[in-house]
Design a protein around this ligand. Structure first.
Ligand code: ZN
Length: 331
């Protein structure tokens, strides 16, 4: 998902610009006309009585930063009662749109803990709800508050993904994909297929992060450079090593190349590293598989019956007898 918060962030700036324009028109009249601005009135207003414009808070002119958000919080706590309720609504909106903007950015960078995320989203929800409860809020401000609440819901649902720590492509040294050779996902994910990598370099007696990263780079090279393959990227979407580390492989916007022809459609591929023909997966690997399956099934609403071993789609021993039995019993 591409930053659904950018729209709300832009709206905050547009709206603050509209506010400044209105404020320039002068005094209480302009503030009361905020909702209708910038449309031109079709009748002539009486000459406004010159009254001192309420002091414009410094944060209105500030670019977005955490410092600005702190200023707004202090203003709401100490100064807001001297100002119009529309301006208070604007403060709540800019504060919470800013919080969600930074939270989204931190989530993308993987630098926000579950606890912090929950606190920020709960605060933002309370702020957006205050705007909806504020009778002076304009219709434009209400629309922004509603879209802010929707974004809170989106961020709370991505929070689940934070429970499962996934090692990103860049961290294991993936090559860039040749996206021209790849098929974009069509119709959403509806099934999951589990494989083993059938090599021994990442078996439990190897099994360090470097062993696994090296194995993944070799598999990617094989899938991309071998004349019989020449795929756009490594074929699977995820790998799990014997230490239970979960790796991001092919990005989920692309159909995989792991189950053969049409079997790849809407089918997420997970590869358990190691040769599982003669051994069982380690308990750590199975625990991570369970977590990843729960996360993916929850996100894409995939029923347990749609999780299959590779051998269900063709004559192969992949992913070995022990893991195949585990998958058959998986609920
Ligand atoms: Zn397989």
């Amino acid at each position: 998902m591409k930053r659904p918060d950018e729209g709300a962030f832009g709206a905050a700036f547009l709206s603050s610009r509209v506010f400044r324009l209105c404020a320039r028109l002068g005094g209480a009249l302009a503030l009361s006309a905020l909702a209708a601005c910038p449309s031109t009135p079709i009748y002539s207003e009486p000459e406004p009585v010159p009254i001192a414009a309420p002091e414009r808070p410094a944060w209105l002119k500030e670019p977005l930063s955490w410092k600005k958000l702190e200023q707004i919080e202090q203003w709401i706590d100490h100064d807001s009662s001297r100002h119009s309720r529309e301006l208070v609504a604007e403060a709540e909106l800019q504060l919470n749109e800013g919080r969600m903007y930074f939270t989204r950015r931190d989530l993308d960078a993987g630098s926000v803990s579950r606890e912090t995320l929950t606190v920020r989203v709960e605060n933002a929800k309370a702020g957006f709800t205050k705007v909806l409860d504020n009778p002076a809020a304009s219709s434009g401000q209400r629309v922004r508050a509603e879209s802010g609440l929707r974004l809170c819901g989106v961020l709370m649902s991505t929070q689940k993904a934070q429970d499962v720590a996934i090692i990103k492509r860049a961290q294991w040294g993936a090559r860039p994909a040749r996206t021209g050779n790849m098929t974009p996902l069509k119709g959403g994910w509806s099934r999951i297929t589990i494989h083993h990598s059938a090599e021994t370099s990442s078996d439990p007696d190897g099994g360090s992060f470097e062993d696994s990263a090296n194995t993944l780079r070799l598999i990617q090279k094989y899938h991309m450079d071998d004349p019989d393959h020449r795929w756009g990227d490594i074929g699977y979407h995820f790998a799990i090593d014997s230490g239970g580390r979960i790796f991001e492989l092919r990005e989920l916007q692309w159909q995989g190349a792991h189950a053969g022809g049409n079997n790849n459609q809407q089918n997420i591929g997970i590869c358990m590293l190691g040769n599982l023909l003669k051994r069982s997966p380690t308990p750590a690997a199975l625990k991570s598989l369970q977590l990843l399956l729960k996360d993916l099934r929850g996100k894409y609403r995939i029923p347990a019956e749609r999780v299959a071993p590779h051998n269900e789609y063709g004559s192969t021993q992949c992913p070995g007898p022990s893991l195949t039995a585990w998958i058959k019993n998986y609920k």
